[in-house]
Design a protein around this ligand. Structure first.
Ligand SMILES: Cc1cc2nc3c(=O)[nH]c(=O)nc-3n(C[C@H](O)[C@H](O)[C@H](O)COP(=O)(O)OP(=O)(O)OC[C@H]3O[C@@H](n4cnc5c(N)ncnc54)[C@H](O)[C@@H]3O)c2cc1C
Length: 413
């Protein structure tokens, strides 16, 4: 019987283990944490958005420059396959109003429990509290350190690494693998925060009053980079801004920060209206209206939106309808940095696509495959992260099976 080692028990590693076990391979999963799938479980806290229901082209477009490499993998195990897989684990899915897909219970716990039971049934061994620390001197095995500090060496016919990115390191994935792979000569793009809040130097009174308040249905554009605009609710935090539309243009913000050290976000507080329409409405000011009453009555701005305008105007609101309309359509908010990677939902960067073949085998290390967030792709929130983690995990698992079969045919394995 062929043997395989999976290092990393997140969704990518566990689905690879499932594919391998179903193909009759003896699999052991190692994870450094006391239990597997911790990030998946955390993802379930706010509602487990497992994938998205939009059409293939739109879906692929979320992966930017990685769409070409991920496309065949999403064809192998795409959104419907993932939904069927959830249903087979007792968690049928439903499409929410935004097109996002969730398991029936909305949570990850029932899914993870059912999955672990299924993996055990298939004979997958799981060893937790085992940290991968590198390869043996001849690179024919792995070194794993246990809780007692002792290091053991394990060898198998093939290996899948699914060690995750570097966000939320206390859940297990800390990006510590990057240097070890780089030492082998594997190209690894720097691991950077993705789907992360941005730092903004709000004035004290604004932050005191509005932290935790959403800027509802706004459109965000990075000034000077008009290609991408994102709409939705952006949350004001004590030291910045976060939420779906911020994450959606996060890569563009990062590029602007890299180039200029700062970046101006133009916040459109009324994306469904033109400047001319807003100017027209703002003409109807009653003599006794204060500035905020005027903005609320005529164009429906709420207190946080008015305060944002106030701060952008240096402590005053524009008095002319035309000037107010212009500002409402593009309130400048200066971003000074991304929040740290340990607070990010996901990680950009990772093992370069050029280092792996179409089955996700490392060109420099035949028999070793990589999957999940370790690879150099990124995507916004919306279910795209888990989908790509699952799809790449399946492809790596299938890649191992095909590689073992080729080896058997040659009499090597
Ligand atoms: C707060 C939060 C909410 C999220 N919500 C969603 C969501 O709703 N929808 C969505 O699509 N995505 C979501 N994500 C992202 C999603 O959880 C990740 O993209 C996904 O878990 C990545 O899977 P992975 O298997 O590649 O890595 P991980 O899930 O990070 O798993 C990697 C595993 O490798 C182990 N490991 C790392 N290093 C070692 C080592 N040296 N030795 C042994 N083991 C090691 C870790 O302990 C971990 O168990 C969320 C993420 C966060 C943080």
């Amino acid at each position: 019987m062929s043997t395989a080692t999976v290092v990393g028990g997140g969704p990518a590693g566990l689905i690879a283990a499932e594919v391998l076990a179903k193909a009759g391979v003896a699999v052991t999963v190692y994870d450094r944490m006391p239990s597997v799938a911790r990030k998946l479980l955390l993802a379930g806290h706010g509602g487990l958005n497992i994938t998205h229901s939009e059409d293939r082209d739109a879906f692929l477009g979320r992966y930017g420059g990685s769409a070409g490499r991920l496309a065949p993998m999403l064809d192998v195990f795409g959104p419907q396959d993932l939904r069927d897989w959830c249903a087979a684990r007792g968690e049928p899915t439903f499409v929410g109003s935004s097109g996002r897909v969730f398991p029936r219970s909305f949570r990850a716990v029932p899914l993870v429990r059912a999955w672990q039971a299924r993996l055990a049934e298939l004979g997958v061994r799981t060893e937790t509290r085992r940290q991968w620390t590198g390869w043996t001197d001849r690179r024919d095995g792995l070194r794993l350190t246990g809780p007692d500090g002792r290091t053991v060496e394990v060898a198998s016919d093939a290996v899948v690494f699914a060690l995750g990115g570097a966000s939320w390191p206390r859940l297990g994935s800390d990006g510590g693998w990057a240097d070890r792979f780089a030492d082998l000569g594997v190209a690894v793009s720097p691991l950077r925060p993705a789907n992360v809040g941005m730092r903004v130097a709000w004035t004290g009174p604004f932050a005191d009053r509005f932290q935790g308040t959403p800027l509802k249905n706004v459109a965000l554009t990075v000034r000077g980079r008009p290609g991408r605009t994102a709409r939705g609710d952006a949350m004001v935090t004590r030291s910045g801004i976060e939420g779906g539309p911020v994450y959606a243009i996060g890569a563009t913000i990062r590029d602007a920060l890299d180039a200029d050290g700062r970046c101006v976000l133009d916040v459109d507080l009324r994306p469904t209206h033109t400047v001319a329409e807003l100017t027209d409405r703002l003409q109807r000011r009653r003599p006794k209206d204060s500035g905020s009453t005027w903005l609320r009555r005529s164009i429906g701005l709420d207190p946080v939106a008015v305060a944002l305008l106030w701060d952008a105007g240096g402590g005053a609101l524009p008095s002319s309808p035309a000037a107010a309309a212009e500002l409402v359509k593009a309130v400048p908010v200066v971003v000074t940095a991304t929040m740290p990677i340990d607070r990010a939902i996901s990680t950009a960067g990772g093992i370069a696509w050029s280092e792996v073949d179409d089955s996700l085998m490392l060109r420099r290390l035949p028999g070793t495959f990589v999957a999940g967030e370790m690879l150099d792709w990124e995507a916004p929130t919306g279910g795209y992260l888990l989908q790509a983690s699952f799809s790449t995990g399946v492809v790596a698992g299938q890649g191992v099976v095909a590689w073992l079969e080729r080896g058997r045919a040659r009499g090597v394995v």
